[in-house]
Design a protein around this ligand. Structure first.
Ligand SMILES: *[C@@H]1O[C@H](CO)[C@@H](O)[C@H](O)[C@H]1NC(C)=O
Ligand SMILES: *[C@@H]1O[C@H](CO)[C@@H](O)[C@H](O)[C@H]1NC(C)=O
Ligand SMILES: *[C@@H]1O[C@H](CO)[C@@H](O)[C@H](O)[C@H]1NC(C)=O
Length: 362
């Protein structure tokens, strides 16, 4: 009897805690970016996993059960993703932490260690994180102290350009895009203009660029915008695809960038596609300056009933994106509930059988 019971319990445990992620994620696949023209057929393809809003719970408002169980499942999901899809790079679009904007330094250090433990890519695969309002605070609250400690571990507290296999990714600190003359806003604007100029140089002959920059960024392709806030949109009602349960009206500089900052980014960078997080829901929209923008859902069960991430493949001239649905918490619970029911039924059946046997003997 005990072996049967142990078997059922063990199977449920192994399935829910180790196998279910593989079963769920194996339904996703890389789409291949279509070559824009015949001449570009041999372009290198870059495969990126894009996740957002992991919101690791903090020591002050967090619940231990959240931390124990939901973070364990984020970890499982992430590691399964690495094994199944073998990406070249991982992007995290902000709000890595839930309480990054008020924990003390020793707690922040623990946060960083935990982040790297939960999300550890295979060696040689970079994980590039944008900064979110829960990491350093909204504009009114963000100061150099918070920025510096995030920057020390993750960079990207201003505007930075990463060139990977011929693709230019521009990482933006959304909270520094207010253009109100604040110190970090000015610094970010300076970086932005500098990058805009570099892109111009790459596009129109390389004469205005120094050898080091040219070596780093090589040739022009339209950049890819990556940040925590989506660019301006009125609400998710304008999305072509979305999974938000209700349509909240977005406020400039709180839920989305302002119209002015959005237009500025469009004018200075002329990106070909944009990615963001922050809303915790998935959305594909055509943004204010006419390109596709993907808003990535939260990676955590705490924020999203049906969490997902993106599988995005890029070449210099093209891209293809697939939304990949992750394991749901409810599915795991259902399996456990079903196993308990089966367990109880098995126990009852076994008890009755034993009784019958005894009766027959006497
Ligand atoms: C940081 O905050 C935690 C509570 O979250 C506290 O236990 C710890 O002593 C504090 N550390 C320092 C150095 O203040
Ligand atoms: C941050 O940038 C510096 C200099 O570009 C680089 O050496 C370092 O590896 C980066 N750190 C992270 C976590 O990306
Ligand atoms: C960008 O800034 C760097 C220093 O951070 C400077 O050396 C370079 O000349 C600037 N490039 C442009 C195009 O302004």
């Amino acid at each position: 009897m005990w072996t049967k019971i142990a078997c059922i319990a063990l199977f449920a445990l192994i399935y829910c805690e180790f196998l279910a992620d593989y079963v769920q994620l194996s339904q996703c696949y890389w789409q291949s970016p279509k070559p824009a023209n015949v001449g570009n057929k041999n372009e290198d393809e870059l495969r990126a996993i894009i996740i957002a809003d992991t919101h690791l719970v903090g020591p002050i408002r967090g619940h231990w059960l959240d931390r124990l169980y939901r973070e364990w499942h984020m970890h499982r999901s992430f590691q399964a993703t690495m094994q199944i899809f073998g990406p070249d790079v991982i992007f995290v679009l902000g709000d890595l932490f839930d309480e990054g904007d008020f924990v003390n330094d020793s707690d922040f250090q623990k946060y960083v260690t935990r982040f790297h433990r939960l999300f550890s890519p295979p060696s040689g695969v970079p994980i590039i994180s944008a900064v979110g309002n829960h990491d350093v605070g909204f504009h009114y609250k963000m100061d150099t102290y918070f920025l510096n400690r995030f920057s020390k571990h993750f960079n990207n507290t201003g505007v930075e350009m990463y060139t990977i296999k011929g693709n230019h990714f521009i990482m933006i600190n959304s909270m520094a895009m207010l253009n109100d003359g604040c110190g970090f806003c000015n610094a970010a604007l300076r970086d932005l203009k500098n990058i805009s100029e570099k892109l111009n140089c790459l596009e129109n002959g390389h004469k205005c660029i120094d050898a080091k920059t040219l070596e780093e960024h090589k040739k022009y392709s339209r950049p890819i915008l990556m940040q925590h806030f989506p660019t301006y949109r009125k609400s998710d009602a304008v999305c072509r695809e979305h999974d938000a349960p209700e349509m909240e009206v977005y406020r400039e500089n709180w839920e989305v960038l302002s119209k002015d900052s959005t237009d500025l980014l469009g004018a200075l960078l002329s990106p070909r596609v944009a990615f963001a997080g922050h809303s915790h829901h998935y959305c594909l929209s055509i943004n204010r300056f006419g390109i596709e923008e993907y808003t990535v859902a939260s990676y955590s069960w705490r924020n999203k009933v049906e969490p997902s991430f993106l599988l995005a493949a890029f070449t210099g001239s093209s891209y293809a994106v697939l939304k990949c649905n992750m394991l749901r918490q409810q599915h795991v619970y259902n399996v456990y509930i079903a196993s308990v029911v089966i367990l109880i039924a098995t126990i009852i059946v076994l008890i009755y059988r034993r009784r019958d046997k005894r009766r027959m003997k006497t």
